[in-house]
Design a protein around this ligand. Structure first.
Ligand code: 4NP
Length: 152
């Protein structure tokens, strides 16, 4: 079993969309028995809240289920559970590196580092840009490469 954890600041915009997209890719590949997917937040700002209405709208438009989702902050258990911790921006990487047990720091990745032409770039945060569909498209461009890496 490989466990993939998507993390952003609030767990209501970027990481829930990443979780939904990646679960869909895993299901299409028939790998549900081999890859588990979850998401969480670096903050407890939005704890208990469902995805942002803008994220819900985009996920619904793409046929993705978000009905079970609610924001939760990352725990020590998550660092242990995850094989890959895929984050959205450099602040996420910084915060998670501070929080992670030393043995788990090497699990932390920046999402766009998987694309050779986009290394070091950040997933735009629609909390600020209001461009939920664009963020969905950027995630959609990167996540198949993560599945390839994980299954490769
Ligand atoms: P997310 O977006 O990290 O992609 O879920 C945000 C959600 C909430 C806040 C900031 C970004 N906030 O400041 O509460």
């Amino acid at each position: 079993m490989t466990n993939v954890l998507f993390v952003c600041l609030g767990n209501i915009c970027r990481s829930p969309m990443a979780e939904a997209i990646f679960k869909n890719l895993v299901a299409k590949a028939g790998l549900q028995d081999q890859i588990q997917v979850d998401s969480c937040a670096t903050s407890s700002e939005e704890e208990g809240n469902p995805p942002h209405p803008g994220a819900r709208k985009v996920m619904a438009a793409h046929g993705l289920d978000y009905s079970y989702m609610h924001s939760r902050p990352i725990t020590e258990q998550d660092f242990n559970w995850a094989d890959y911790i895929i984050t959205m921006d450099n602040q996420n990487v910084f915060n998670l590196t501070q929080m992670a047990p030393a043995a788990d720091r090497n699990k932390i990745h920046l999402c766009l580092d998987i694309l050779p032409d986009n290394r070091g770039q950040e997933i735009p945060d629609p909390w600020y840009t209001h461009r939920f569909e664009y963020t969905y498209q950027v995630l959609q461009s990167a996540l198949p490469a993560w599945l390839d890496k994980i299954t490769g």
